[in-house]
Ligand binder design. Structure first.
Ligand code: RIB
Length: 334
């Protein structure tokens, strides 16, 4: 039986232009062609989890408009159950995205229908959340809705995996319900009230977040891989999981691909450091194609990437963030 993954969150139509670089304030640049591409952190995670082999249900809202139709059709084509997506009187959420030649993006959101997702939406879907093997969330819908969804998950002992993006301070009552918090370095530092920087700061931020009541913390480090903090059953404080080198075309949705692959691997019983390796492979592959949902890899592509480098480099970090030793583990593929 594939794991049942429920995603509670946003759906956006991404309005994308590639440009040689990002414009400065007041500057006009000429870019490439304009594209509309299905996106939204929630919908991206749902599509990614389905392509990784999960049985996925999406909870969220789109407008009663053409973009809403397109987003639902794209999710359905990936095999996601879309029956829990509301049609709101607000317009479908939009994301204005500029992608530079180096593959980096800037994003401005118009939440639209995502803003109508509420605590009531969560309670109306208690049955599907209760039956999940994991609940995946992000922060593109109102915090009150996110809080209700994680409380419902807690009530039914469903593991909660939260990507705290876009970054914003979070109440401790929410963090207490999070089994796995998966921020990037910037988000980790903001949540922990610390400066961002190299691996050491990520370790410190992860430690602070654990102190605030989060179950486990996995900090994504972009092309440097991921930091898995405080792995139960080991004496180590943190593991650094190496990533896969790729030629980045567009980093949009790399974090969503990581989270979904991590969630599927974890719910299949893989330990967190190995699940993070799946996440790194999915995230790296998502950077090689323009756009959010078109770039999300299949399980076969992720497995092929990991087979190319079957030996995993796990670097154990001492509590102070200093590298202590390096061990090589042979990857297992289920
Ligand atoms: O994580 C990438 C996503 O962020 C984009 O698809 C865009 O819609 C924004 O929500």
């Amino acid at each position: 039986m594939p794991p049942h993954i429920v995603v509670f969150g946003s759906l956006n139509m991404d309005l994308v232009i590639q440009a040689p670089r990002h414009p400065r304030p007041g500057e006009t640049l000429t870019g490439g062609p304009f594209r509309t591409i299905p996106g939204g952190k929630g919908a991206n995670q749902a599509v990614a989890a389905a392509r990784m082999g999960g049985q996925v249900t999406m909870i969220g809202a789109v407008g009663a408009d053409g973009f809403g139709d397109e987003l639902i059709a794209n999710l359905a084509a990936a095999g996601v159950d879309t029956s829990r997506i509301d049609r709101s009187p607000e317009a479908t959420g939009l994301a204005l995205i500029t992608v530079s030649e180096s593959g980096e993006n800037t994003i401005v959101l118009a939440p639209g229908a995502n803003g109508t997702v509420s605590a009531r939406t969560a309670w109306e879907n208690e049955d599907v959340i209760a039956a999940a093997d994991a609940l995946l969330l992000q922060l593109e819908v109102p915090l009150s809705a996110v809080l209700a969804a994680v409380q419902i998950a807690g009530r039914h002992r469903v593991p909660v995996i939260l990507n705290p993006a876009p970054a914003r301070p979070l109440p401790v009552e929410l963090l207490h319900h999070v089994s796995y918090l998966i921020p990037n370095e910037h988000e980790a530092a903001l949540l922990a009230g610390l400066p961002t920087g190299a691996g050491e700061e990520a370790t410190r931020a992860a430690a602070a977040l654990r102190e605030m009541g989060v179950g486990q913390v996995v900090v994504t480090l972009g092309e440097r891989g991921a930091l898995v903090y405080d792995v139960p059953g080991t004496s180590e404080s943190a593991w650094h999981v190496a990533s896969f080198p790729v030629q980045a075309v567009d980093t949009t949705a790399a974090g969503d691909a990581f989270l979904a692959a991590f969630a599927v691997a974890l719910t299949e019983g893989k330990p967190p450091a190995e699940a993070a390796r799946w996440g790194c492979a999915a995230g790296a592959l998502a950077c090689t194609v323009l756009g959010a949902q078109p770039s999300l890899p299949t399980r076969a592509a992720v497995e092929e990437m990991m087979h190319k480098e079957p030996v995993v480099l796990l670097t154990s970090l001492a509590p102070a963030g200093k590298m202590r030793n390096v061990c090589m583990l042979r990857e297992t593929h289920g």
